[in-house]
Design a protein around this ligand. Sequence first.
Ligand code: GDP
Length: 174
Amino acid sequence: MDYEKTLNIFLIGERSVGKSSIVLAYTKKEFDESLHTTVGIYFKSIIMDFCDYKVKICLWDTSGQDRYKDMTSNFYRNMHGAILVYDTSRPETLAKLKERADDIQQYSTKKNMVCFVVGNKIDKERAVPKKDGLAFAQKHNMLFAECSAKTNEGIKFVFEELLWNVRCFLFKYG
Ligand code: GDP
């Protein structure tokens, strides 16, 4: 595979926020096996095509992983795009994303990195107002959307907007 033309997109968030379901809703494909077997760090990945690029979508469950911080810094360096997922029915999952946003700011070396904050499960009773997710995204200079992997609402928009932005940044900054 031509790695120059691979876009690394990560879905990051706490357990059960719906990361796998979001990717499944978009690609209609289940994840394959673990990509990394490093202690405590759990990855799954899937490859798809977008325009003239291969897109490697990795799923990173960050629950209880704060103690592996040193090991994880490298992963941030290789990202082209990240979807930071929280569950709109569980406010603590948005609070946890602050640490991930700080990590991205600290470790990412790419000028062209694009981040999307995504509130999933909007079909359920809401516990996080939309404006809170939006304020978080704006504060960290990230894109924002809400979606439901269950009903498919908003899913296509998230991936297409993200990939399009990543591609534009690559043209601009190389
Ligand atoms: P992950 O651990 O972040 O990958 O989360 P999963 O994709 O495994 O989803 C965790 C649970 O939430 C599963 O039972 C899913 O069926 C459910 N789920 C995921 N997305 C949605 C959604 O948009 N709405 C509802 N109601 N449930 C969802």
